[in-house]
Design a protein around this ligand. Structure first.
Ligand code: NAP
Length: 241
């Protein structure tokens, strides 16, 4: 039986590349999206053209409890097993201390911490049955402290804490790890000037921005690893050194 990967926020960018990487491995792919319906449908069509009936889409806002339940129901019904859950979806924007509202808190915690936790809770029985894995996508920058991003950083730090706690709690059946990307892509809807890009590259020992493929390759590595749990792999070209 083919293995199944469920990726949140998979319609575009890093999530999409993870989906395409696992398509090459012949896995079933569950593509989650929130607002990017046409991108998600196009990706599913592209995958199903090469591997018929292997890709399905599920929609939902991870900030909303009822949506998380709907996602869980659809994911549980999509394929007989779940082997790999990738908590990739994320909201990312600055929240200077004087501008923080409860709405910012709900949005940044919802997509980056609360949603992932309840997805894990809802999928753990299936993941146990398949001796599966969970990979939480965090952020290498959070360990340094980043001005104006206190809620996002807290959410990602919380996700790393959950990674360690659940690695113990869900062992030995389920492995739980995190991947912390560095500077991979410009934030969605932002285009950096060459000067801005070069300024970032100067801070990276490997002297280039990362790519979607760098993260997808790390996911593939962890998916093949039988003896790693509770770890965060920094895929950041050495930026955090
Ligand atoms: N890009 C980087 O350089 C970088 C650096 C450090 C860490 N990371 C982490 O790597 C992961 C992927 O990065 P990325 O840049 O590819 O992500 P992204 O484009 O910023 O976001 C991925 C998807 O998350 C979904 N999403 C956002 N809020 C949601 C919500 N409330 N409910 C459900 N889905 C929601 C969106 O889906 P829809 O479009 O369908 O609405 C979006 O397409 C993220 O966890 C990010 O924090 C990325």
């Amino acid at each position: 039986m083919n293995k199944t990967i469920f990726i949140t926020g998979a319609a575009k960018r890093i999530g999409k590349e993870i989906a395409l990487t696992f398509k090459e491995l012949g896995w079933n792919i569950i593509i989650h999206y929130n607002s990017s319906k046409s991108d998600a449908d196009n990706l599913a069509d592209q995958i199903n053209k090469d591997n018929p009936n292997s890709a399905k889409t599920v929609q939902g806002n991870l900030d909303v409890k009822e949506d998380v339940q709907k996602i869980l129901n659809e994911v549980n019904d999509a394929f007989p097993s779940i082997d790999l859950l990738i908590n990739n979806a994320s909201t990312f924007y600055p929240t200077p201390i004087d501008e923080i509202s409860e709405d910012h808190w709900e949005k940044l915690i919802g997509s980056n911490l609360k949603g992932p936790l309840f997805l894990i809770q809802g999928l753990k029985e299936k993941l146990k049955k398949s001796n599966g894995s969970i990979i939480n996508i965090t952020d290498t920058n959070l360990t340094k402290g980043v001005a104006n991003y206190s809620i996002y950083s807290a959410a990602k730090a919380g996700l790393e804490a959950i990674t360690k706690g659940l690695a113990r709690e869900l062992a030995p059946e389920i492995k739980v790890n995190a991947i912390a990307p560095g500077a991979m892509l410009e934030p969605p809807d932002v285009t950096w000037t060459e000067e801005q890009k070069n300024k970032v590259i100067e801070t990276i020992p490997l002297k280039r921005m990362g790519s979607e493929k760098d993260i997808a390759n790390a996911v593939k590595f962890l998916a093949n690893s039988e003896y790693i749990t509770g770890q965060t792999i920094k895929v950041d070209g050495g930026r955090s050194l």
